[in-house]
Design a protein around this ligand. Sequence first.
Ligand SMILES: Nc1ncnc2c1ncn2[C@@H]1O[C@H](COP(=O)(O)OP(=O)(O)OP(=O)(O)O)[C@@H](O)[C@H]1O
Ligand SMILES: [Mg+2]
Length: 313
Amino acid sequence: MDKFLTTDQVADRLHLHQNTVIRYIREGKLAAAKVGNAYRIKESSLANFVGEVEPPTTTARIVAVANQKGGVAKTTTTVNLAAALGALGKKVLLIDLDPQGGCAVCLGLDTSSLQRTVYDVLVHRAVDLGKVVMKTTFGFDLAPSNIDLAGAEVELKQTLAQESVLKRRLQPALDAYDYILIDTPPSLGILTVNALTAAHHVLIPVACEYMALRGLKMLLDTIENVQTVTNPGLTILGVLATKYDARTLNSPEVYEYLSQFCQRQNIRLFNQVIKQSVRFMEAPNTGKPLIQLHPELDGAQAYQQVAQEMLYA
Ligand SMILES: Nc1ncnc2c1ncn2[C@@H]1O[C@H](COP(=O)(O)OP(=O)(O)OP(=O)(O)O)[C@@H](O)[C@H]1O
Ligand SMILES: [Mg+2]
């Protein structure tokens, strides 16, 4: 006979937050019966849920990590999620679409010595994505960038359908990966628009700092424009609160404000909050993603849980 499980037990089995399980039930994705105030889930319903909602592995889900505000942990988030999804057995490609080349820097690579980068893929038709992709020892592949990419902003202007160049250039990689994560620069220029046009989902890191929400409305307007003009299928995967420091008055206040904002806009706010930790700042010096350097840290575990939730997005 089918065994009944509590939301807590389901959360445990799927490595998800309990609130996420409850959200799936309320959204009708996971079948459950209400007993008093609590939900009970049949084991067979759970099996159906896992079978149905895990995305097909034949074509890559493309996730852009974007926020035009600088220093909100876009690069940290992209690198750690790439490593976390890799650790979950997924084939992952990380595309660095920022001329600062932060992804390569985080992995200990010297960006000035790179022969070919994402710049070449965007600007020179003869250079396939495969020619710039490199294997890393962290469970994912990387298409790195460096300052050359700044030139693409100008050169793309002379290209037809300049917003969808990346989307076209990614096509050959779709069958080779389960996830393609795109790190974007701190601007809403043509590079970020290319990322949003190529992506199925956008994940928005927001630092729990002074003026965190400044510009968030502008980002949502850009996403809406992209949805209208170049990518109707784009959805917001969620907002991820980063750099949360409970010792300050500021972070809890900003978080509360962010939570109300997301509720009003009907946007998901991830249950996981990435806490402020000096370990994140030290990680780039070691050339390793934090989730591999200090897997036991709160922040590392939170990124692992977000990656786990991405499997069911
Ligand atoms: N949870 C955290 N705690 C403490 N420091 C963090 C945390 N996350 C990121 N950082 C640090 O904050 C700085 C900015 O992070 P990161 O480069 O990931 O942001 P970004 O949004 O990609 O920046 P940019 O807009 O310049 O591309 C880095 O020094 C990084 O190590
Ligand atoms: Mg960055």
